[in-house]
Design a protein around this ligand. Structure first.
Ligand SMILES: Nc1ncnc2c1ncn2[C@@H]1O[C@H](COP(=O)(O)OP(=O)(O)O)[C@@H](O)[C@H]1O
Ligand SMILES: CC(=O)N[C@@H](CCC(=O)OP(=O)(O)O)C(=O)O
Length: 307
């Protein structure tokens, strides 16, 4: 005969049931909705987090959403460039990309990082299909210049998305697959461009008429003060996260943003201006941050809305 402590068990079961019922309105609202999830290289910090991310994506798929993963891999590219004796330089948050570096960018993103994410998702079933933005001309780009002190600076083979062909990705979604897209685009001049993964995710979210863009990174969201400066120059213990801002408010603060946050917030602005209802920047270091954002009432990270 088996016995259990009745009171404790039923309390735990009630708490679990409460979490599930809290998800009900969100399940109903997002059923059939396309959600573009950007998984940043800095959020891919350990095996447990990567596996939890893959679980969340599969959960979204089973819950009837149409998740599309766009991945980054900045730190992974920098490591590989260093092995080849090539230096990594960023201007306005974008990697200065020589033709030689472009080969490494493409190899790391499509041959390493994308393969790993596909493998993690497919541990749960035959869902993930990895593609590069070049495939089916999904992402077309032309040269992107970086703005430094009001000047336009040439940073090599860095592209900005000029057109999205959603045919291939929609066909994969219609077939029940989870597209995992590397941020390499076909150039209008016939070559390839290195596209910042936040920029690629925003362009895809607009092109796919997604309901949401969710960007997973290695900070809690957009901090009001950056870089953090406390007493005697020590980092502040508590940084203030901006939980929600409108496109107009974001447009005002955008010129003051630095490093990785500049292309990220610019991407959120581009998404909501292009018709995506909300763009979120979440802390990818928190396990299941994606599920918490989509299926619970808790607002986490920074949310950008059109007005
Ligand atoms: N205002 C800000 N709030 C939060 N993070 C900021 C801010 N300004 C710059 N950052 C930097 O941006 C980084 C995130 O961008 P990035 O390194 O490109 O991440 P990812 O690889 O996820 O795209 C943070 O780790 C932080 O160092
Ligand atoms: C032009 C540009 O900067 N491209 C990025 C592409 C990868 C990326 O964006 O990765 P994260 O999301 O991890 O930063 C790069 O070369 O690092």
């Amino acid at each position: 005969m088996k016995t259990t402590a009745g009171g404790t068990r039923s309390h735990e079961a009630m708490a679990k049931a409460h979490v599930l019922t809290q998800a009900l309105p969100w399940l109903s609202r997002f059923h059939g909705a396309t959600v573009v999830v950007k998984f940043g290289g800095n959020a891919m910090i350990d095996e447990e987090l990567k596996a939890a991310f893959a679980q969340d994506v599969v959960f979204l798929r089973y819950a009837g959403l149409r998740p599309v993963v766009v991945h980054g891999g900045g730190p992974q590219i920098s490591r590989e460039l260093a092995k080849a004796g090539l230096e990594s330089t960023f201007t306005a948050g974008l990697r200065v990309t020589t033709p030689e570096a472009m080969e490494v960018v493409r190899m790391v993103l499509t041959g390493q990082v994308q393969r790993e994410i596909v493998g993690l998702i497919n541990a749960h079933g035959s869902f993930a299909v990895g593609i590069s933005g070049e495939d089916g001309n999904s992402l077309l780009a032309n040269r992107r210049l970086a703005e430094v002190d009001g000047e336009q600076v040439d940073i090599g083979r860095v592209g900005d998305v000029t057109a999205v062909d959603a045919t291939l990705i929609n066909a994969l979604l219609d077939d029940g697959r989870v597209p995992v897209v590397s941020s390499v685009a076909r150039a209008e001049d016939g070559g390839v461009y290195n596209v910042n993964a936040d920029t690629a995710a925003a362009a895809l979210a607009v092109g796919l008429r997604a309901e949401k863009l969710v960007v997973l990174t290695d900070v809690e969201g957009l901090y009001a003060d950056w870089p953090p400066q406390g007493l005697n120059g020590q980092p502040q213990a508590q940084l203030e996260v901006i939980s929600q801002l409108s496109a107009e408010e974001l447009e005002r603060v955008l010129p003051s943003l630095s490093s990785g946050m500049a292309p990220k917030m610019e991407a959120c602005l581009r998404a909501v201006r292009g018709g995506v209802k909300a763009a979120h920047v979440l802390d990818g270091r928190v396990q299941h941050a994606l599920l918490l954002e989509v299926f619970t009432d808790e607002g986490i990270g920074t949310m950008v809305v059109s007005s």
